[in-house]
Write a protein that binds this ligand. Structure first.
Ligand code: SUG
Length: 446
């Protein structure tokens, strides 16, 4: 079966800001209270999408969510008109407004876990929106994400939509950021790798300083619902020391594509055993694993996390090689730059490196790979998906105009109490849902 990988990137929303909400994400806390530029954030993300679409990659767009999220503030006991709710919440505790105002839905690697139809028992593509319960500002994303995914992939005969896992820390699920698929080709049966941070039940190693957002129980539940073949499913625990160094998702220390896994040398608990299991599972599909380890002696863990080397996108090139799409910060770290040069010169599968400026997102700990949700689609599935969210020149130009018309170029966290920002944001999203033909996915539209 031939299939393509579509990357659905999240657009930064009009409230993109640096509130420092994510404990354990060192960029988030390190940039807390800094001024943000929502317009630049959205433009930078869109430029990445445009670049990949122009190179022939299938690129889709996922919309920002409604923020500040008034239904959550109302659920917390604030009543009255929208402006009164915002003001009362801010006076009670600004943190409540900040938690309801993050544009974090842009990091769509956390939107859902997606299993392509080549891997599932019923031959459908399966999607589970992530519950994101570890962080209050992200736990409010799942419902709208589910609506958007249903709008994009409407045909239940081809697409199986699961609800998010039960909303409890024992089932904390962060989506595709902790999930990698390796396969001989996008359409071939693959091995799905689920990486978790801790076990909810039964003890075992766990990070001491920062939260492990994903549990093994959550990973196992997603694999079970998706009808994956146990022989082609690998569960691995992320090394607790790396979580404690600031790698809050697996995609901060590893990235895979095809049969290649690029990883920090000690990315997992017992990395050699994980690689052996992966190699064996892949061999059963007739494919051979190429694991590329980056030693800490070459790129220290803190440098990898600061530069987001592993949060790059690894993509197929038409010539059979691969492209590594990195954040510009990787060029600014000499150890990373030198290692990437060596990788390209090694004659291995990675033949090209490109750097993109995503500084606005990076200041919240969101690199190239955080911004995209990979959806492997057969030709028939691609045809059955809603076409309006696939990016071409026309849509990219329309989105640029939309961003320039609606987004501010300067936002301080205090601005989030401004009811005019809420109005601006709703006006923008209403227009966008028309542009992307999503239907009424937002609460304010229902
Ligand atoms: O969940 N940052 C996001 C970044 C998500 C990155 N995703 C992947 N690694 N796939 C998070 O920590 C920061 C928000 C703030 O500080 O205002 C934030 O939510």
């Amino acid at each position: 079966m031939t299939a393509v990988e579509a990357n659905f990137d999240g657009l930064a929303g009009p409230t993109h800001n640096h509130a420092g909400l994510s404990w354990g994400n060192v960029a988030s806390t390190g940039n807390a209270r800094r001024l943000s530029d929502p317009r630049a954030a959205a433009r930078q993300g869109l430029a990445k999408m445009r670049l990949l679409a122009a190179r022939g990659h299938v690129q889709g767009v996922l919309p920002p969510h409604e923020r500040p999220h008034l239904p959550t503030l109302r659920a917390l006991g604030f009543a009255g008109g929208d402006a009164a709710v915002l003001e009362a919440a801010w006076r009670a505790d600004p943190n409540l407004v900040l938690a309801c105002s993050s544009a974090a839905a842009m990091w769509t690697a956390n939107a859902a876990t997606v299993s392509p139809s080549a891997d599932t028992a019923d031959g459908r593509l399966h999607l589970t929106p992530a519950n994101l319960v570890a962080m209050p500002h992200r736990a409010i994303e799942a419902e709208v994400t589910a609506r958007v995914l249903r709008a994009l992939f409407p045909d239940e005969r081809r697409f199986a939509h699961h609800p998010p896992l039960p909303a409890h820390a024992a089932f904390g699920d962060e989506g595709a950021a902790n999930h990698t698929r390796l396969a001989a080709g996008h359409g071939a049966p693959g091995v799905e790798v689920f990486v978790y941070g801790r076990r909810a039940f039964g003890g075992g190693p766990a990070p001491a300083r920062y939260p492990a957002r994903q549990t093994r129980e959550a990973s196992a539940a997603v694999a079970r619902r998706h009808g994956l073949d146990p022989a082609r499913t690998v569960f691995a625990q992320q090394a607790p020391a790396l979580v404690d160094a600031g790698a809050f998702h697996n995609d901060v220390v590893a990235v895979g594509n095809g049969t290649v896994l690029l990883h920090q040398e000690d990315a997992f608990v017992d990395t050699p055993a994980v690689l052996a299991e992966l190699r064996q599972a892949l061999a059963a599909t007739g494919a051979e694993l190429t694991a590329i380890a980056v030693p800490a002696a070459r790129v220290p863990v803190e440098t990898a996390i600061r530069s987001y080397l592993f949060n790059s996108q690894l993509l197929d090139r038409a010539d059979g090689g691969m492209l590594l799409l990195l954040p510009v910060e990787c060029r600014e770290e000499p150890a990373v730059a030198a290692w990437v040069d060596e990788l390209l010169a090694s004659g291995g599968p990675v033949r090209e490196a490109l750097h993109v400026d995503l500084r606005q997102s990076m200041r919240n700990g969101g690199g190239p790979a955080c911004l995209r949700l990979r959806v492997v689609l057969t030709e028939a599935e691609r045809a059955a998906a809603s076409q309006a969210a696939f990016l071409d020149d026309g849509l990219a130009t329309a989105l640029e105009g939309w961003i320039d018309r609606h987004y501010r170029d300067r936002l301080a966290p205090e601005d989030l109490r401004d009811p005019r920002l809420l109005d601006e944001s709703r006006t923008a999203l209403d227009e966008l849902s028309g542009l992307l033909r999503l239907g009424p996915v937002y609460d304010f539209q229902r």
